[in-house]
Design a binder for this molecule. Structure first.
Ligand SMILES: *[C@@H]1O[C@H](CO)[C@@H](O)[C@H](O)[C@H]1NC(C)=O
Ligand SMILES: *[C@@H]1O[C@H](CO)[C@@H](O)[C@H](O)[C@H]1NC(C)=O
Ligand SMILES: *[C@@H]1O[C@H](CO)[C@@H](O)[C@H](O)[C@H]1NC(C)=O
Ligand SMILES: *[C@@H]1O[C@H](CO)[C@@H](O)[C@H](O)[C@H]1NC(C)=O
Ligand SMILES: *[C@@H]1O[C@H](CO)[C@@H](O)[C@H](O)[C@H]1NC(C)=O
Ligand SMILES: *[C@@H]1O[C@H](CO)[C@@H](O)[C@H](O)[C@H]1NC(C)=O
Ligand SMILES: *[C@@H]1O[C@H](CO)[C@@H](O)[C@H](O)[C@H]1NC(C)=O
Length: 921
């Protein structure tokens, strides 16, 4: 009420002032042009976003004489002497509708200032009649739903001082940025954020020597930033983020000493430093995120004493946080997340008392959390997660930080003591991450938390039943709950009253009883690696948004319900690995499907693979191994465009795998495991031709095979990564690959009844790392083409009827760490030297005709063809290659729990949005 009165009062005041200052009459033609312009739009509240928006033109009208002092209308400005309309400001005015060259707007030929931001012009092109308004000095049409290429007539507006086209779907190609720079030389402020330019920045940029503000973010700009940018010495604001710039950040930026704002984030610069910074003593905001910075943070940053925002997220910065930065007393936002910073968290950080965001997560910081941090009473966000911090933190210390809503301490070596008596009020958290913090109980203070969005208590030492109150805490807000990797046994109350729960991770605990049913809002649900029993209840089929269902490694039994077919419409990944499910596999993907992963490995399924699997068009990982399936080779899966992993090991598959008719392609197949079945016939040389993904070595991409799921809530987007895992035979033993390197390529056809020769063209599958053809009835010689498989790490041909010599081409396999040809009819001399010097007797046993090292049987002249001339030398050589393949293969274990990972970091733009939303709330 009070507020309303105040508002009215200020309106009165406003009209008093304007009425007294407007004496001049309004030209009839301009008045009618204005009215016509107003009439050409609908007033629509959804057309403007700004909270301050209102329909400025609503009260424009003629008086009873048919006149009207349009100069007094809201948003209209006239020249005091001539009475011509020289300014029109209809920003945030709920205007909705199209605009074209016929618009009466273009009759206002005296316009100098035109402001139309934050309306909805419905995808209109900028009309070419804009060229009529040649007196324009200010043109702002930002965020107003214009689209298309800018007309060349814009170049006629040579008096422009301010041009803001940001936040539209505009293109600036013909004419392009170069033409702008040539013609609009009076510009002081140019904002083209989001305009699709996709060219380089022209060299003649220096022409715009009056510029004080240049915004070219998200414009698809390429190539190097020209050094001439250093000629724009009046620049205060320079935004170049989110482009595809290459080359170095130009050191000529050093000359821009007036800068107050500089953003270079999210570009693909060549590795570089910020050593050119230091003279920009006016700088308030510096964002250089994901811009390939390396080296130490330069101490010269300490010169920038006016900095309020500093973000260097996601670079390769190393070394310590330099002490001179203590000078930056104005800092409110400091984010150095995701670098390689080392050393302690500096004590002096506690002197930067204006900080609201301090994000040092995902570095290599060591030592204890300094007490001085608790002086930062304005902190809203404190992220210290994923470092090497140690020591004990008493939770009470955080009570000082009354505005703290986001606290991330996960994944250090910290012990956080939460359950000593806390005197005082605990801040209300939105995001609380205390994974691997040595907690022994659910922290008591959670009782009072009613606004949590994310709670992560994974990897602690919490034992026993989950108390009832845990489910009542923040029950309307909590969206992500991570409790994996504790010693939880069950629930006091097996229902979830939470209405917004999107992700629940209870994996790696000791839960007993039947599968707990999550609330309908759930998207990602993981209860893998527990001791759950009972059946797959059809209630799970009723979860409308379920994308990930992880039930693996439990003692679940019974048959799967047919309703799973419905579930597979929303489901991305279904993991039932290692349970005791029986019966046949239900028809999945009957109605289209998003499924990327179907892992039914190690159950007791019988019968055939349902043919509906051929509809799982997005499936990448199909694992049906270790069941009792009785089927022929699924050629009919060969058209699946994404299938990377196909595993049917240890079943009762039979028949040949040589395709008779039709073509199956398996274009992306990289792991195929048919071992321990009853396949017969020849190896499929025809198929080998088709397996394209096995021919291309791509080791550049050092990540793991996975599927992603993005969960969006109002404030957070959380990407969850599901890493695929498989059990494969490698180096003669079965092993679990908890993560699979992107480049792992494997064929395992072992323990079947294949016969005939090994096809020569298997040597074309150059990306192969594991090849296992053991325990079959293969005959003929070992094809020398195997020597082309230069990435091969494990080769097992044992227990066959192979004859002839071991081809010396195999000496080229410099990564070969495991080799077994025992139990064949091979003859002649074992190749000597290189990797072969590392293989033991058992690699060659039970081949009566073989001789030479490591066997004790020496080769006589009559048995062998003469060894290659170089063999004497080779014999004495050390193995050329260190066994780095071991690192590649064993580089897993621990780390991610159940392949579920969470990751986000604070970047300024994102944080602003987050804060705004919170404030509105
Ligand atoms: C907005 O554009 C759409 C599609 O071009 C058109 O159908 C609709 O009539 C336009 N609305 C207005 C108010 O101009
Ligand atoms: C502009 O008006 C003229 C005449 O009134 C008409 O012929 C033409 O189609 C109009 N153009 C547009 C783009 O509406
Ligand atoms: C900075 O400006 C000075 C004077 O205009 C010029 O001589 C110098 O080359 C510029 N430095 C860089 C790095 O561009
Ligand atoms: C930092 O400021 C000092 C003193 O104003 C000045 O001498 C020095 O050159 C500046 N450093 C850099 C890198 O510009
Ligand atoms: C910085 O903080 C430390 C303790 O946190 C204090 O002793 C020192 O006086 C502070 N320095 C300044 C300049 O405030
Ligand atoms: C915390 O937030 C409130 C409200 O935004 C603000 O008034 C206050 O100054 C902030 N700082 C502290 C230390 O409470
Ligand atoms: C597998 O199925 C075939 C028919 O397709 C049948 O003849 C055979 O007995 C089955 N084998 C087993 C072990 O069930």
């Amino acid at each position: 009420m009070f507020r309303c009165l105040l508002f009215l009062f200020s309106l009165c005041l406003f009209s008093l002032i304007t009425a007294s200052s407007i004496r001049t009459a309004c030209h009839d033609s301009e008045r009618s042009a204005l009215l016509q312009f107003k009439k050409s739009f609908l007033i629509h509240e959804s057309a403007s976003y700004e909270p301050s928006a209102y329909p400025k033109a609503r009260r424009w009208k003629l008086d009873k004489n048919g006149n009207g002092g349009c100069c007094a209308w809201d948003g209209v400005e006239c020249d005091n002497n001539t009475g011509h309309v020289i300014g029109l400001d209809l920003s945030s005015s709920f205007l909705y509708g199209s605009i074209d060259s016929n618009s009466s707007l273009f009759q206002l030929l005296h316009l100098r200032r035109l402001n139309l931001p934050d309306n909805d012009f419905n995808g209109s092109k900028i009309p070419s009649a804009i060229g009529n308004l040649s007196r324009l000095s200010h043109l702002d049409i930002s965020f107003s739903a214009f689209s298309g290429q800018l007309p060349s007539q814009v170049l006629k507006l040579s008096k422009l001082v301010l041009l803001d086209l940001s936040g539209n779907e505009l293109e600036l190609q013909r004419p392009g940025l170069r033409n702008f720079v040539e013609k609009l030389t009076n510009l002081k402020e140019l904002n083209l954020n989001g305009v699709h330019i996709s060219s380089t920045i022209p060299q003649n940029l220096g022409n715009l020597s009056s510029l004080t503000s240049l915004s070219l973010s998200n414009c698809s700009l390429q190539g190097p930033i020209p050094a001439s940018i250093g000629e724009l010495t009046k620049l205060k604001h320079l935004g170049l983020s989110h482009n595809q710039f290459s080359g170095q950040i130009p050191s000529s930026l050093a000359n821009l000493t007036q800068l107050t704002y500089l953003s270079l984030s999210f570009n693909s610069f060549s590795p570089g430093t910020l050593s050119w910074l230091g003279k920009q003593t006016q700088l308030n905001v510096l964002y250089v995120e994901q811009a390939n910075l390396y080296g130490e943070i330069p101490s010269s940053l300490a010169n920038l004493t006016q900095l309020t925002d500093l973000s260097l997220v996601g670079n390769q910065l190393f070394g310590q946080i330099p002490p001179p930065l203590e000078n930056l007393r104005q800092l409110t936002f400091l984010s150095l997340d995701s670098n390689q910073l080392m050393g302690p968290i500096p004590f002096w950080l506690g002197n930067l008392t204006r900080l609201t965001v301090l994000d040092l997560g995902q570095n290599k910081l060591q030592g204890q959390v300094p007490k001085s941090i608790f002086n930062l009473v304005n902190l809203i966000v404190l992220c210290l997660n994923s470092n090497d911090l140690n020591g004990t933190l008493i939770f009470e210390s955080f009570l000082n930080l009354k505005n703290l809503t986001d606290l991330q301490l996960s994944d250090n070596n910290l012990s956080v003591l939460t359950n000593i008596t806390i005197n005082g009020t605990v801040p209300k958290f939105r995001n609380l991450e205390l994974a691997s913090c040595n907690l022994l109980e659910f922290p008591n203070f959670l009782h009072e938390q009613d606004d949590l969005l994310i709670l992560n208590l994974s990897g602690n030492k919490i034992h026993g039943q989950i108390p009832k109150w845990v489910w009542d805490m923040s029950k309307e807000s909590l969206s992500f709950l991570y409790l994996a990797g504790n010693f939880l046994t069950g629930f006091d109350k097996p229902i979830f009253p939470m209405t917004n729960l999107r992700l629940l991770d209870l994996g790696n605990n000791s839960l007993q009883g039947s599968i707990p049913i999550p609330p309908p809002s759930i998207i990602i649900y993981n209860v893998a690696s527990n001791s759950l029993t009972g059946e797959f209840t059809p209630l799970l089929c009723n979860l409308p948004s379920l994308a990930y269902l992880g039930l693996s490694h439990n003692n679940l039994s019974g048959t799967l319900p047919q309703c799973l077919a419905n579930l597979s419409e929303s489901l991305l990944a279904l993991n039932l690995r290692r349970n005791n499910f029986v019966g046949s596999i239900p028809k999945l993907c009957t109605k289209g499907s998003e499924l990327r992963m179907i892992d039914f490995n190690q159950n007791l399924f019988v019968g055939q693979l349902p043919r509906s699997l051929a509809n799982c068009v997005r499936v990448e990982n199909l694992n049906m191994g270790n069941n009792q399936l009785n089927d022929t080779f699924p050629f009919w899966l060969g058209k699946l465009p994404e299938l990377k992993i196909l595993i049917v090991r240890r079943n009762q598959f039979h028949g040949t795998i040589q395709e008779q008719r039709g073509i199956s392609e398996f274009p992306k197949l990289q792991i195929i495991d048919l071992s321990f079945n009853r396949f017969t016939g020849k190896l499929p040389s025809q198929q080998f031709q088709n397996w394209i993904a096995m021919k291309v070595v791509d080791a550049a991409n050092l990540s793991y095979l996975h599927a992603n799921s993005d969960v969006k809530t109002q404030n957070f987007n959380v990407t969850t990564v599901f890493l695929y895992s498989v059990t494969l035979t490698s180096k003669g033993t079965e092993r679990d690959y908890e993560k699979i390197q992107d480049f792992l390529v494997a064929i395992d056809f072992s323990s079947n009844s294949f016969d005939g020769c090994i096809p020569e063209n298997i040597g074309n599958l150059k990306a192969l790392r594991l090849l296992n053809l053991s325990n079959n009835a293969l005959s003929c010689r070992i094809p020398p083409s195997l020597g082309n498989l230069s990435n091969l790490e494990s080769l097992d041909l044992s227990h066959n009827d192979l004859s002839g010599e071991i081809p010396k081409e195999l000496l080229q396999l410099t990564f070969l760490g495991f080799f077994n040809v025992s139990d064949n009819n091979l003859t002649g001399q074992i190749p000597q030297g290189k990797q072969f010097a590392t293989f033991e007797n058992k690699s060659f046993g039970s081949n009566p005709g073989l001789c030479g090292k490591p066997l004790s049987k020496t080769c006589t002249m009559f048995q062998v063809s003469p060894p290659p001339l170089s063999s004497e030398e080779d014999d004495s050589q050390e193995p050329l290659v260190e066994f780095d393949w071991k690192i590649i293969l064993i580089g897993f274990g621990g780390g991610l729990l159940n392949g579920l990972a969470i990751g986000y970091m604070y970047t300024p733009l994102w944080f602003r949005t987050y804060l705004r939303r919170m404030q509105r709330k």
